[in-house]
Design a binder for this molecule. Structure first.
Ligand code: ZN
Length: 261
């Protein structure tokens, strides 16, 4: 063995920065004059940093670990320069302490890595959150513009034609979302109201889908009226109804009618 065996444990402790007092001085004095122990110390320091670097890795550095463990396991030999009275009783306890210190150091390195990974995760989530926030903001602005009564809504028709009453229903059956736009509706007679109806695809009775009065230009919007779940639509129709609306079925005349599906 190239290393002076009696220094094996001290070298390991020294590499960890855990050797103090007279023992440290003794070892340093010895290191100054012993190339083979200096070499062993270099190897141990290399092993320690290797162990630290690979705590999160897939392959534990078996050789480094083994060398460290055998360094710990080396039974203490008789002291060379330190009087027996100054030298603490060698036993497994210091070695166990050393193991604890190493374990703690490795755990700390592991936690630091975990922490940095978590910080990266947080940063990535924050970016996603910001992205989604700005997308939501854009969507809200689009909806707000569409629904703003102050916004100008100008219908373009074939040149030379008079704009006709028309409507567009955008219906999402799976979550019962319905947006309905109407334009160029004729002014309502007194005590009347427009009512939107959903005609189910299964041929069931028409479902009331909102009452509305258009603005001065004949424009109106209905957003998400209460609707039963999962109804596929065959068509949408707008009728003129008494001001309180009709509930069971349309009573008035149809003003605009969808083309159906
Ligand atoms: Zn030596």
């Amino acid at each position: 063995m190239s290393v002076h065996e009696q220094f094996a444990e001290d070298l390991a402790l020294y590499a960890l920065g855990s050797l103090d007092g007279a023992e440290r001085q003794t070892l340093e004095t010895h290191l100054a004059g012993c190339a083979s122990c200096r070499r062993e110390l270099e190897l141990l320091c290399g092993d320690l940093s290797l162990l630290s670097l690979t705590t999160a890795g897939p392959k534990p550095p078996a050789r480094a670990r083994q060398r460290l463990m055998s360094a710990i396991a080396n039974e203490p030999r008789l002291p060379v320069a330190v009087p027996a009275s100054e030298r603490r009783q060698r036993s497994w306890w210091p070695a166990l302490g050393w193991v604890a210190v190493t374990s703690l150091a490795l755990v700390c390195v592991g936690l630091l890595r975990q922490n940095s990974t978590l910080q990266q995760d947080v940063a990535s989530l924050r970016r996603q959150f910001t992205d989604q926030g700005s997308k939501l903001e854009q969507a809200n602005e689009v909806v707000a513009t569409m629904l703003d009564p102050e916004a100008q809504k100008i219908e373009l028709v074939a040149a030379g034609n008079k704009p006709q009453p028309r409507g567009k229903a955008i219906y999402q059956r799976r979550n019962r979302n319905l947006i309905f736009f109407a334009s160029n509706l004729p002014p309502l007679p007194a005590e009347k109201i427009y009512e939107l109806w959903l005609f189910p695809a299964n041929g069931g009775a028409p479902i009331a889908a909102g009452l509305f009065k258009p603005d001065a230009r004949g424009s109106a919007t209905v957003v998400n009226p209460p609707l039963p779940e999962g109804v596929a639509a065959k068509n949408f129709v707008v009728t003129v109804e008494p001001e309180s609306g009709s509930h069971e079925s349309p009573r008035g005349t149809a003003v605009i009618v969808g083309l159906g599906e």
